[in-house]
Design a protein around this ligand. Structure first.
Ligand code: KIV
Length: 263
């Protein structure tokens, strides 16, 4: 069994083969996802909503994320482990470096950071110290109060252009991957074509390099509201493992996301 690395994802992008990503928060479900062939597991700060019952990701602490990173790290053996920096870890560069250090020691292999072009210096400093970064653009849930809700981003030309330029700027600063959330399909494609690092989409259409979903959405466990871009892969199947297999295969065969999941 060959472990997934950033080079694996870059090669997949080069070959035009989509890769699969899924959030994970504990060892048992991480093992099931890993065994299903999911390429990247994300310990997302979505844990604040799906595990802790908050209405946003803002209350999640560094210690919460480090704890779940240690759990997931014990469960997986092949997948690459990406981990979210929580709200306000980017307060200043010192805090950013210290918090990323805590998560790398807990088992992270790729650190995800929400933030636009202004995060370039922080990303450069992390990259210099050997910490690979995935820059999260488009809908940044940690900015929900600023944005006035969980809304599709990049709908007008100026916004779309800014997101493409931010992606290029952050890759020049050293970002090893981009995660793009809730943007029109055409913008997903434009970002993927504009940078030579892997672009992972959630609600960004099929023309990016990898797809990610929150595990609870893949299992049909929504809390009353289900965004357009999610799909219940457990429907018609009798095990969680089968749902993960089906999601992995649907992404790799380009059957997911379909038109009805796009903006
Ligand atoms: O925290 C998370 O789970 C995420 C995904 C929505 C990509 O950032």
């Amino acid at each position: 069994m060959k472990r997934v690395t950033l080079a694996t994802l870059r090669d997949a992008k080069g070959r035009g083969e989509p890769f699969s990503c899924l959030t994970a928060y504990d060892a048992t479900l991480a093992r099931a996802a890993d065994e299903a062939g999911i390429d990247v597991l994300l310990v997302g700060d979505s844990l604040g909503m799906v595990l802790q019952g908050h209405t946003s990701t803002l209350p999640v602490t560094l210690e919460d994320i480090a704890y779940h990173t240690r759990c997931v790290s014990r469960g997986r053996s092949r997948s690459l482990l990406m981990v979210d920096l929580p709200f306000m870890s980017n307060a200043d560069t010192g805090q950013l470096l210290r918090d990323a250090g805590v998560l790398m020691r807990a088992g992270a292999e790729l650190i995800k950071i929400e933030g636009d072009a202004w995060m370039a210096d922080g990303i450069r400093e992390l990259d210099r110290r050997g910490v690979p970064v995935c820059a999260h653009l488009g809908l940044a849930p940690q900015r929900v109060n600023r944005l006035g809700g969980f809304k599709v981003q990049g709908k007008d030309d100026a916004d779309a252009r800014r997101i493409v330029e931010d992606a290029q700027h952050l890759v020049e600063a050293g970002a090893a991957a981009i995660l793009l959330e809730c943007v029109p399909r055409a913008l997903g494609q434009a970002v993927s074509q504009a940078v030579d690092v892997p672009v992972i989409g959630i609600g960004a259409g099929p023309d990016v390099d990898g797809q990610i979903l929150v595990m609870h959405d893949v299992l049909g466990l929504d809390s009353g509201y289900s965004p357009r871009f999610v799909k219940n892969f457990l429907l018609g199947h009798d095990s969680i493992k089968a749902a993960f297999d089906r999601y992995d295969q649907a992404v790799k065969a380009r059957h997911f996301p379909a038109d009805e999941h796009c903006f």
